[in-house]
Design a protein around this ligand. Sequence first.
Ligand code: FES
Length: 118
Amino acid sequence: MNKTVKYYPAGSLEDYYVQMGRAVQIEGHEIAVFRTTSGELYALDNRSPHPKGGPLAEGMVSGHFVYDPLYDWKIDLRDGFVQAPDHGEVRTHQVLIEEGTVSIGMSSGHEQGIGTSL
Ligand code: FES
């Protein structure tokens, strides 16, 4: 399948604090962007993969993981996978940082996926 990724502006790098998450709206989708201590930014859907859901953006960042703020599930920021003993996956999005400006990539076709479970 041919997926095109389109990038949308998401503020400047200084808007993102180290070891914190921030919710941004991109084309009607809520994305949680996390900044790690090593300076990388990761973007995931702002929705916990836990069956009861809930936002992710307030989660604690540790290394390249975020801990679900409600259920403490450990999620790899790089691929969105929930770590054992829990199971699940959060959709991830590409992040571009160019001259201090942040853009988030949204793949086409994802629109059809809204509301369906992973
Ligand atoms: S970006 Fe729309 S739900 Fe993932």
